[in-house]
Structures are given as structure tokens and as C-alpha cells.
Design a protein around this ligand. Sequence first.
Ligand SMILES: Nc1nc2c([nH]c(=O)n2[C@H]2C[C@H](O)[C@@H](COP(=O)(O)OP(=O)(O)OP(=O)(O)O)O2)c(=O)[nH]1
Length: 138
Amino acid sequence: MTAPVKPIDVAVGILMKPNGDVLLGQRPPGKPYAGYWEFPGGKVDPGETVLEALKREFMEELGIEVLSADEWCGVEHVYEHAHVRLHFFISRDWRGEPQSLEGQAFAWQGEVGVEPLLPATIPLLQWISRDACSTVDA
Ligand SMILES: Nc1nc2c([nH]c(=O)n2[C@H]2C[C@H](O)[C@@H](COP(=O)(O)OP(=O)(O)OP(=O)(O)O)O2)c(=O)[nH]1
């Protein structure tokens, strides 16, 4: 019998400009799903809160200081490489301009037109446009 696998916590940030544009990044070579687009973020390290991980990842990947962020939707997804629990945050409050510190491409998008997107991130696009963590009508 195989033991149930504990999901890996991942902090993910949606930087949102006043006009609604959001920042996406492209996964660099060498990572699972290289070339797929995602919202910036990464795994939570031991001893770190999810918000601390978010701030660390934004600084490491993009040189952006996230000043505040609100925890928003959560999604669990089982990939062939990992079982992840994604904690999405929305931030409208940051300092700095994004820089490609890990060689990745990034893009501000109004209507998200980049593809492919990571499978677990696809529903988020509708959730952002509806401002609700579900596509099911109430
Ligand atoms: N950052 C991010 N990760 C996502 C999104 N959607 C999604 O399924 N994921 C998954 C892909 C990965 O399995 C996991 C993130 O892990 P990662 O490997 O990118 O994290 P990391 O930057 O800490 O990587 P590393 O230190 O292990 O190289 O979450 C998303 O929108 N943004």
C-alpha cells in the first residue's frame, strides 16, 4: 500500500495594476512544464509562512518587493511530478519593476493571451474576471 502524499504548499501572486492587467511569467528550462505560463511564485520553504514565501519568490525571481497581498483562491492539483496546494494571493501594492532575474519571460496581460498555461492555473482566469473563486453559478 502506498502512503497518501502530503501536498506541497505553493505561494502564487497575482500582481494587479489599477487597469486590471496581471503579470504572468514563463517557466524556465529545466523545470517541470518548462515554457508554460504561470503566475509568479514557488514552493513554501520549511518554517516560512505562505506570505513570506510569496515575498521571497517575488524578490528572487523578479526583484519586486510585495508590500501587501490578500490571500485569495486555493486550488489543489495532482501532477505527475507533484501534488500541489496552490495559495493564490492578489497584490495591488508592490515596489519595483519586474526584472527577469532567472532568465524567464514575463508579460503584463489584460485579456490573458499567452499560452500554454499551467493546467491548475487555467480556471483562475475566469475567477479573476468574475472576482470569485469558482465558476459555478450561485
Ligand atoms: N508559481 C506557480 N506555480 C504553479 C502555478 N500553477 C501551478 O500548477 N503551479 C505548480 C507548478 C509546480 O508544480 C509548483 C510550483 O513549483 P516550482 O517548481 O515552480 O517552485 P520553485 O520556484 O520553488 O522551484 P524550485 O525551487 O523547486 O526550482 O506549482 C502558478 O500559477 N504559479
